[in-house]
Design a protein. Structure first.
Length: 188
């Protein structure tokens, strides 16, 4: 593959590679693994990531309407928040309902303690979380991530790529440290 791309002069043509990445990510609509872009273009992961960082800077310019979002080593396009009112006026998209306080509390617990069972969530919150868990599953912000090796084999929950996109994180390591909020949910 590398030789084929060399013959076409693509390996040295950074703007051409940017165009390929842009076309693939745009056409997909879904998140595209960076590894797939590297393999498809025959360019090393290191070089692809350098080019992606340049592209992000290009999209970060004040007048650009889209952003190149990266999360869990995947790329996807999104729109800048400051243009939301214009998007709503023209496209009239179904407005995202805000998450309830119970759903936000539950999501915070899942994000910091994952994988976690519903019983563990209930214990931390002090109330039942069935409805909040169902809402978060429906919105795709959390997912079932297995079963705990314990009596009854309860379902374990973890966050999804949709969670990362929703809150603008590249990966779960970007969550604010709990100590910043004077809280401690560490697993024991």
């Amino acid at each position: 593959m590398e030789n084929f791309l060399d013959e076409l002069g693509l390996c040295e043509n950074k703007e051409r590679i940017k165009g390929i990445i842009e076309a693939v990510v745009f056409a997909s609509g879904d998140p595209v693994p960076i590894k797939d872009l590297s393999e498809a273009t025959g360019i090393s992961m290191k070089r692809i990531k350098e080019i992606i960082e340049e592209m992000k800077k290009d999209y970060d310019k004040e007048c650009r309407g889209i952003v190149l979002m990266e999360f869990n080593n995947k790329l996807q396009y999104g729109t800048k928040c400051e243009y939301a009112e214009y998007i709503k006026k023209i496209l009239k998209p179904d407005s995202k309902q805000r998450l309830s306080q119970a759903a936000l509390e539950t999501l915070a617990i899942v994000s910091y303690k994952q994988p976690v069972t519903r019983a563990e969530i209930d214990e931390i919150r002090g109330v039942k979380s069935d409805s909040a868990v169902a809402t978060l599953l429906e919105k795709g912000l959390i997912m079932e991530s297995g079963r705990k090796e314990a009596a009854g084999r309860p379902i374990l929950y973890a966050t999804t790529d949709e969670f990362l996109k929703y809150f603008g994180f590249k990966n779960i390591k970007e969550l604010p440290k709990l100590i910043e909020f004077n809280m401690d949910f560490r697993k024991e």
